[in-house]
Design a protein around this ligand. Structure first.
Ligand code: C2O
Ligand code: CU
Ligand code: CU
Length: 478
């Protein structure tokens, strides 16, 4: 079966908002898609690996004329990608070479909080560093690193503080997927920006409490990119890295995308589709089979009506790989008996956004859940269907299972592990949530201006055997 719709109700699309700006192709010559370099370790042994991640300022020739001032990790914009191996003890020195404080959040990683996780309680001040270490025990996936200082997350991400993290393991390594990074395994970080007359990004000028939309699509920081296809099958690791925009992807000729992975890793079964919508922070891994195309063809990827990336087909060797119907088993968590359903409401729009009627407070713990237990969470978007918004709900340090949407089965491509779920106006999404690391963690809307605007709360994951107290910073002590 090939699905041909986005699964979502168009009444919940971001296009419903009066402030919506569609994407526009930038009038300049096409450029090869930037493929972010991989960050090399400072040192590696069989059991341990050491990296230094530096947040730095720089400038990039994005469009003709003056260069754009940007921020990034070990690069002027976005950053070098990190590759982690499951089970390897990873040590990271986080350096801040920016003129203001930042934090380094591992979005999608099951790591302890609040310091290792890198939310707002873990500032790194200018010209200082912090050392963290962790061992990932979660399936191979595509996650990301981004800044998370409250309430400056949106502005810092807009300036470029976001990069990809690829996690590898032995299970994924056995599957017949393309995995030659930069050749047939390609990241696509989808973002949108506005340029001023002198080619800068002016966050303050474009600020909107419902999220900043840019008119110009940037893929891996490239304006008007093309990619040279040299293999029949190409794997795309797609990240919606926009502050606010939903991306609705499809090809000019409806080429099929076979989704094999979601936020938390490989899905139990591949799902074939011609349309794919990603809300903020969501990821999808898809395999494109260009076997129906001849060398010399071009196939264009669109978001809504705007071309965003051209695939130029070159000679390729025939590839007859058939994907198995079953890819991986995902951990089957059983809800811990006696735990009530934990309920959240996502309320309001603009500067009125809240969760459960409260704005975020860094010193307040809103919820507590015991380590290694599984609970049902129910997230309700109380916005109206007429002028409300979809809110992408994200939880730190967990990969959850989506149980239902308004009592119905989740979308066909939502059977894998997720850390972010789009909740439509008037919809209730039921999740199974399990934490494997203790700490204080944030959960929030991933429209980043909503997060900064207070649509965020904190949960303490506690271990009754090792009770702890946390000194929580407030915005002033930052
Ligand atoms: Cu992408 Cu609080 O995170
Ligand atoms: Cu996160
Ligand atoms: Cu929101």
């Amino acid at each position: 079966k090939i699905y041909t719709d986005y699964f979502y109700d168009p009444n919940g699309f971001d296009t419903q908002d009066a402030a919506y700006k569609p994407l526009k192709q930038y009038p300049c010559a096409p450029k090869p898609l930037n493929i972010p370099a991989l960050l090399q370790p400072d040192k590696e042994t069989a059991s341990d690996v050491y990296y230094t991640v530096t947040a730095q300022a720089g400038e990039v020739q994005l469009v003709p004329g003056p260069k754009t001032k940007t921020w990034g990790y070990n690069a002027p914009l976005l950053g070098k990608f990190l590759v982690f191996k499951r089970g390897q003890h990873t040590h990271i020195t986080l350096r801040n070479e920016l003129p203001e404080l930042t934090t380094f959040h591992w979005h999608g990683a099951d790591v302890p909080g609040p310091i290792t996780d890198g939310g707002c309680h873990a500032p790194v001040y200018p010209h200082q560093e912090r050392k963290i270490d962790f061992t990932l025990e979660q399936p191979a996936c595509f996650m990301w690193l981004h800044a998370h200082p409250c309430p400056l997350t949106a502005e810092q991400v807009y300036k470029g503080l976001a990069t990809g993290v690829i996690v590898r393991d032995d299970v994924e390594a056995q599957l017949p997927f393309p995995r030659n990074y930069g050749v047939d395994d390609i990241p696509l970080v989808l973002q949108d920006r506005n340029f001023t007359a002198d080619n800068q990004w002016d966050y303050q000028r474009d600020y909107d409490p419902d999220g900043v939309l840019g008119e110009t699509p940037l893929i891996n920081g490239t304006v008007n990119p093309y990619f040279d296809v040299t293999t029949q099958r190409v794997r795309l690791r797609i990240l919606n890295g926009s502050n606010r925009r939903e991306w609705r992807l499809h090809f000019s000729d409806d080429t099929v995308m076979t989704q094999i992975g979601s936020d938390g890793g490989i899905m139990p079964a591949p799902v074939k589709m011609t349309k794919l919508m990603l809300a903020c922070a969501e990821r999808a891994e898809v395999i494109i089979d260009f076997g129906h195309h001849q060398p010399g063809d071009t196939v264009t990827l669109y978001s809504d009506d705007t071309p965003i990336l051209e695939f130029r087909i070159h000679d390729y060797a025939p590839d007859h790989t058939v994907l198995p119907d079953h890819l991986v088993d995902i951990p089957a968590y059983h809800v811990t008996p006696g735990t009530p359903v934990r309920k959240f409401t996502l309320d309001g729009t603009d500067d009125k956004v809240m969760i459960n009627g409260k704005k975020f407070n860094m010193t307040r713990i809103d919820e507590r859940q015991q380590l290694n237990t599984t609970e049902y969470w129910e997230i309700t978007n109380t916005n109206s269907c007429h002028n409300g918004m979809g809110h992408p709900f994200h939880v730190h340090s967990t990969q959850f299972e989506i149980v239902s949407r308004n009592g119905h089965a989740p979308n066909p491509n939502e059977h894998g592990l997720k850390d972010t779920v789009q909740v439509n106006p008037q919809e209730t999404v039921r999740l199974k949530v399990h934490f494997t690391c203790p700490g204080v963690f944030m959960y929030h809307c991933h429209i980043i201006e909503h997060e900064d605007g207070g649509m965020m709360g904190q949960i303490e994951v506690f271990d009754p055997e090792h009770p702890r107290t946390y000194e929580l910073m407030n915005m002033k002590t930052l």
